[in-house]
Design a protein around this ligand. Structure first.
Ligand code: PGA
Length: 254
């Protein structure tokens, strides 16, 4: 996948814990037959569950649909019950890894420090980090949104070793918009993407992140995000897990 260009639209599909292995393969087939073969402008990455990962990876091998891990641990191997390492995902066909998703931060208490460890390891093993940042409803109400985003972005990238060829994806996903049906206003999302880009270019000028919006993206609102100058694509959860909503979304994207 090349650096962001307005000729491409990035569609990242986070399947979360919605699908078992059989359902994941069936859905992978939908992605392969609809998006991969008919919509070359759309760059698609799917994030199956850890259980379904290998089967989906085998199925999508040699197609243009790329794969990512929803979560991975930064140690290569060892006594870490329940975890799967970045190295293992890489060997199983992953090209991307989600890092700092709001459900990981808020349900599983992952810290900014954990996020940083994961980014560094992803870069070492050659996975593209998809770093998620976003404020809670409470932080927004208190007027702390910009400050929180700056803290998260700084913790992720300050003093990080970066070379120009390394790809990075950053998703702005306000916590209150994820899985709620209550998407962010597109102009406010655009403002936040601009803010993230400004902070990143101050910290790591050689980085040119692909910028995604995520949080209750649906067929009805997807265009309003993609029309924004600083938004290159979308990170979609629920609406990416059913054939009918995927087809509907794709129709509105392309
Ligand atoms: P959603 O999830 O589209 O279901 O709100 C987005 C995400 O978790 O990335």
């Amino acid at each position: 996948m090349s650096l962001p260009s307005k000729n491409h639209i990035y569609f990242f599909a986070n399947w979360k814990m919605y699908l078992d292995t059989e359902q994941s393969i069936a859905l992978a087939q939908v992605y392969q037959t609809t998006i991969a073969t008919h919509h070359e402008r759309i760059r698609t990455v799917v994030f199956p569950s850890s259980l379904a990962f290998s089967s989906v990876s085998g199925f999508l091998q040699s197609t243009s649909v790329a794969l990512g891990a929803q979560h991975a641990y930064w140690v290569e191997r060892g006594g870490y019950t329940g975890e799967v390492s970045m190295d293992m995902y890489k060997k199983a066909g992953a090209a991307y890894v989600l890092i700092g998703h709001s459900e990981r931060r808020h349900i599983f208490h992952e810290s900014n420090h954990d996020v940083r460890q994961q980014i560094e390891r992803a870069l070492e093993v050659g996975l593209v980090p998809v770093v998620c940042v976003g404020e809670t409803a409470e932080e927004r109400e208190k007027g702390e949104t910009d400050k929180i985003i700056e803290i998260q972005v700084r913790a992720a990238f300050e003093d990080i070793k970066w070379n120009k060829e390394q790809l990075c994806v950053i998703a702005y996903e306000p916590v209150w918009a994820v899985g709620t049906g209550n998407a962010c206003d597109p102009l406010e999302a655009e403002r936040m993407h601009q803010l993230v880009k400004t902070i990143v270019s101050g910290l790591t000028p050689q980085m040119e992140p692909i910028m995604l919006y995520g949080g209750s993206v649906r067929a009805e609102n997807v265009r309003s995000f993609l029309e924004q100058k600083h938004i290159d694509g979308v990170l979609v959860g629920q609406a990416s897990t059913q054939e009918s909503s995927i087809l509907n979304l794709i129709e509105h994207i392309s």
